[in-house]
Structures are given as C-alpha cells and as structure tokens.
Design a protein around this ligand. Structure first.
Ligand SMILES: [Zn+2]
Length: 287
C-alpha cells in the first residue's frame, strides 16, 4: 500500500535498521523493486528524480503506474513514492500528482532561504500527510547534471532544519553520488554523530549508497541513519546483465529479441541487488 515514509522511518530509527530508497526508471524497475520488497516483507521507498520523472512522461504517469502496480501485484508492504532531490516547484508538482513523499533539496540555497522554502513545504506536507525530506550540505558527485563537491554539513544548520518539522533529514557527511573515486576519504562519522546528538529522533538519510563498504553502512545505521538511497548500483547491475545477454548472442536465438526476454536478466539483476541491500540494511521482515 502507498503510504507516507514517516511511520516506516520512525520505526527504522527506533529499531536500528534502515529502509532502502531505490530509484525507478521504468516499469521493469518498479516491478522488480516492489516484488522484492513483498517477497522479503520489507518496507520500501521508490525514488524518482526530476529527470526520471520527465523520462517516464511526468509525475502523474509515475504515480498512477505505481498505484496500479501495487494494486495489481497485491503489494501489502508499506511503499512510499518519493521525489528525489526535488526543486521547490518539483515538490509542489509531485504533491499534486499523488506522491506520498517528497524531498526538497534546498542545499544549494543560502541557509536562510533553504529554511524559508522548507518551512512552506512542511506546512503543505503536514496538511496532506505526506513525508518531507530536507537536505543540508550538498552531497558530492552528480545528480541530474547538478554537481556537488562533497560537503560536510554543519550540525547546527541540520538542527535548524530538523526543528522545522521535516520528516527526515539528508546531511552531507562526505558521501558522493555515483561511483566512489579510489582516493575517497570515507564517511565522516564524527559529523554524523554530532548531527544525531543535536537532532535526536530525526531519521537521517544517507545518499549515494552505491559502493559504500558494508561496515561503513552498518556504522552509519548505528549512528542514526534510517534511510539509504541506492540508485547507481541497480543501474550497473541492470546494464551488466543486459550486456551479458546480448554478448552471448541470446537476442539472436529464437524469440530472444522479445523485450520481455531481452529485459528479463536486467530485471532479475535489479531484484538481486535490492535483496542484497535490504538484507544489509536490516529491513527484511520489518513491514
Ligand atoms: Zn541523493
């Protein structure tokens, strides 16, 4: 069922595990993630970037596809449909389209403007029982063409945004979107610890989950991270499985060119990645 991310994240924070946000790109992606969540009895968050929303023909198309799929596939675990790194305008559009959760990424604004805009969206989200994620300190790497340099958030600014009544808070702690460079310094656990000390029960969000070593993920969860975003890893798994299928010439055998066959190995690879992450994050059986 489609729900706000509030309850699932509060439970995760209290239970010391994290709920995965898996970004979707099309029907196969969505189906693979929903079926895996149901099979593992895990709550799940479907992430949609503004670019992916455009690609899938708009937020209304996405919301209707997800709602219909939850119904047709008898998905009973809690599912949140969440705008990832939304602009102020994008967040409004997703709320109107029927998303159950939105992120407003005001991290590129001066903190006063981030606070003012976040405040307005908190009021609107509360009224409609939608969860709202805010961000302090840009996450490094590239997200839909916006390149951040991997800042470490100021814990006091995190506290200011948390106090506005947001549902969950993303803070830069040295994490990066996409593949991590070989010379990456790792997560700043001192910063994470300081943020949690100041924000208390607030579920914290870790972006750029692809390629962070398992021990670091576990430590981050122990320090208050309750939502972890995974995007690139599913893309790499999908591409790798699809390439193998074509390189093995399987699309040339019989009806191997049928899209339902051609896209099957990639879809299975997404399922395997999602399962691995849910096991690592500890959300299995927590629906
Ligand atoms: Zn992100």
């Amino acid at each position: 069922m489609l729900v706000s991310a509030k309850e699932m994240l509060q439970k995760a924070k209290a239970g010391k595990y994290a709920v995965g946000q898996f970004n979707i790109n099309n029907l196969e992606w969505t189906k693979a993630i929903l079926l895996t969540a149901q099979e593992l009895n895990s709550p799940v968050i479907l992430g949609v970037s503004e670019g992916a929303g455009k690609y899938m023909c708009g937020y209304t198309t996405v919301a209707n596809m997800v709602k219909a799929m939850i119904n047709e596939l008898n998905i009973t675990v809690p599912v949140a449909l969440h705008l990832d790194h939304g602009s102020y305008e994008g967040a409004q559009k997703c709320i109107a389209a029927g998303f159950s959760s939105v992120m407003f990424d005001g991290s590129h604004y001066p903190i006063e403007e981030n606070i003012a805009k976040t405040k307005e969206l908190v009021a609107k989200a509360n009224e409609l029982n939608i969860s709202l994620e805010a961000e302090v300190g840009a996450i490094g790497g590239e997200e839909d063409g916006v390149v951040g340099n991997g800042e470490v958030a100021d814990p006091k600014e995190c506290k200011m945004i948390a106090d506005l009544g947001v549902t969950m808070l993303a803070a830069g702690i040295g994490n990066i979107h996409g593949k991590y460079p070989a010379n990456w310094a790792g997560l700043s656990f001192d910063t994470l610890d300081a943020i949690q000390q100041l924000t208390g029960d607030m579920p914290l969000v870790l972006h750029g989950g692809t390629g962070i070593p398992a021990e670091m993920i576990k430590k981050a969860i122990s320090l208050g991270v309750s939502k972890i975003n995974v995007n690139t890893e599913c893309q790499l798994a999908f591409a790798d499985a699809t390439r193998k299928y074509i390189e093995a010439g399987k699309d040339l055998e019989g009806k191997g060119f049928d899209p339902r066959k051609l896209l099957a190995p990639g879809t299975e690879a997404i399922k395997a990645t999602v399962k691995e992450k849910m096991e690592l994050f500890g959300s299995v059986g927590k629906a």
